[in-house]
Design a binder for this molecule. Structure first.
Ligand code: HEM
Length: 341
């Protein structure tokens, strides 16, 4: 059963089908994948993110403090200021790309633009961005494939070095924010744009109706959300999703599968930018949902608007190679043809 639901399917844009909650004795975890069950579990306060509480530190208070500080740093005024800068950057970079040949839009646009966005938002020095990008890549590779101890060891060293840059940074959690923007964001964009390239009518619709962008971003989160799963630990015995978890037991919540639950999202494998996907759980839900989501929503809208205006279609002669591991995967290259300027 777990093998069937193990989030490591050949094509990450086709996550395992949701099914009833069950206990997987190999990994010794409950596995939840249906939308209602995952949402209830995400909102259940007795299901904690933390395995053990580090001594002398109130993890919950610290998490609330970080959330409040990050929210304050991501004010509407700041988002508008960043938006203007990264929009200009996107248009300038795409104008310089060659026409008439197939190009790797992930390497030639998404990755360098995301590093520049990370540099602007975190207030890092442009001269440091190459070094920061390499450190961030090591942290991200380990997050994508948590079962690889070699990557984990390299990430611990890289993470400490990265955080030193941001000790007195412009926004709280500058190190993790740099990783999320420079690495997680382009990985998500590659998945989202592959989804769009597989549904070319939606690209056309979005190009002709730019007002649909806010809606489209929610649908791209639902359809191509990067985090396949999150973990929880029962801080107390708890009944959730029709199962009884004892204190100390663990659960895996399959976010990507929940986002394809036909009871919540009819015809779930169809990317439909006009559908109401606002309830998607790609960034979690409840008190631990992603605090950077307003920033990511803005950045995805800017980059995707540039994508739909510029891209004529996929280079069908290329096969997709996937990169990453059990937590998230993305296409390492995305070959497309651009419209003539
Ligand atoms: C595409 C980029 C991103 C993805 C896919 C992503 C995904 C997620 C997910 C799935 C969670 C929920 C974890 C859980 O429930 O266990 C989360 C939490 C979180 N995210 Fe993000 N995130 C992204 C970008 C960011 C950025 C840019 C920031 C900061 C500026 C950020 C800060 C956080 C924080 C602080 C939490 C934990 C909140 C808590 O524990 O209360 N994320 N993220």
């Amino acid at each position: 059963m777990w093998a069937e639901l193990d989030p490591g399917s050949a094509d990450p844009l086709l996550p395992p089908r949701p099914g009833p909650a069950f206990y997987d004795s190999t990994s010794q975890r409950w596995v939840l994948s249906q939308y209602d069950n995952v949402l209830r579990a995400l909102r259940e306060p007795r299901l904690s993110l933390y395995d053990t509480r580090p001594s002398g530190m109130d993890v919950r208070d610290n998490s609330i403090r970080v959330r409040l500080k990050t929210r304050a740093a991501l004010s509407a005024a700041r988002l508008a200021e960043w938006r203007a800068r990264i929009e200009r950057l996107a248009l300038d970079s795409i104008a310089r790309l060659p026409r008439g040949v197939s190009i790797d839009f992930a390497a030639d646009f998404a990755r360098p633009w995301s590093v520049a966005t990370a540099t602007i938002v975190t207030g890092a020095q442009a001269i440091d961005s190459g070094n920061l990008e390499q450190l961030a890549r090591r942290v991200s590779e380990a997050a994508a494939d948590p079962s690889n101890p070699q990557l984990e060891a390299e990430a611990t060293i890289a993470d400490a070095e990265l955080n030193k840059y941001f000790e007195r940074g412009a926004i709280p959690m500058g190190g993790p924010a740099f990783v999320a923007l420079s690495q997680t964001l382009p990985a998500f964009l590659a998945n989202a744009w592959l989804g769009l390239l597989r549904h070319p009518a939606e690209i056309k619709k979005l190009r002709n109706q730019p007002d649909l962008m806010g809606n489209a971003v929610q649908e791209l989160f639902r359809y191509a959300g990067l985090a396949r799963k999150v973990s929880r630990h029962a801080a107390d015995s708890v009944s959730v999703a029709g199962i009884r978890m004892s204190k100390g037991e663990r659960a895996t919540l399959l976010l990507a599968s929940a986002n394809r639950d036909p009871k919540q999202f009819p015809d779930p494998d169809r990317l439909d930018i006009a559908r109401d996907a606002a309830g998607q759980v790609a960034f979690g839900a409840g008190s631990h949902s992603c605090v950077g989501v307003s920033l990511i929503r803005m950045a995805v809208a800017v980059a995707t608007s540039a994508f739909v205006q510029a891209v004529a279609g996929a280079d069908e002669s290329r096969t997709i190679e996937w990169h990453g591991g059990s937590s998230f995967q993305w296409p390492s290259e995305l070959y497309v043809y651009l419209e003539n300027a």
